[in-house]
Design a protein around this ligand. Sequence first.
Ligand code: GLP
Length: 233
Amino acid sequence: MKIIEVQDEQAGGKVGFDIFKEALANDAQVFGLATGSTPISIYNELTASDLDFSDKISINLDEYQGLAGTHDQSYRYFMDEHLFNQKPFKESYVPNGLAEDMDAETTRYDRLIADHPLDLQLLGLGQNGHIGFNEPGTPFDIQTHVVDLTPSTIAANARFFASEDDVPRRAISMGIGSIMKSKKILLVAYGENKAQAIAAMVEGPVTTDVPASVLQNHDDVTIIVDRSAASKI
Ligand code: GLP
């Protein structure tokens, strides 16, 4: 794992931007994208740049079940707002949180990922070590699946909703098995509340108790952290 410590989120945005730029220069076609507050500074750099993704494909990690893409807390809405409206891709995929048949939706998503192998996967990190919405205990070889969110994730994400009761209880997430097949992985984490998960991910045993620890088994992972997130390593 290559760990890059940066001053703050702005600096992390620039380092992340350079990694996207390098991937484009190396002919990357498929970009795995993430939501949450962490990737925003990278998306800001991308939208302010002249990089062109109009013939590229993006595949997002996850979506809340039950939220329409027009809901302002859906991950589809987030991606439109922060990236796609300003920097369109040829095709951008986000799981459909309103799919009536969830089995069909997870199968569709797996087929999509199989047809478009990921060149670069961007990841944030949950405070409990989750990646995408792969919560602790998730098998490392799992494909796209429907997830019951843990109480800690519901509490952590409540800040984006009017109240904790409004946070969806379930989500659809790309599986760890698919994330690990990406050629290159970039994980970003900022702040004290990520320090424990970063330490467990980097220095702890590879265990499903800390989903992100699986990244120790991947041969091309870059981690961007600020000083607070790196404070326990
Ligand atoms: C959510 C998302 C994750 C994200 C995590 C951290 O649970 N499903 O993909 O990494 O939140 O979010 P933040 O970057 O806002 O701390």
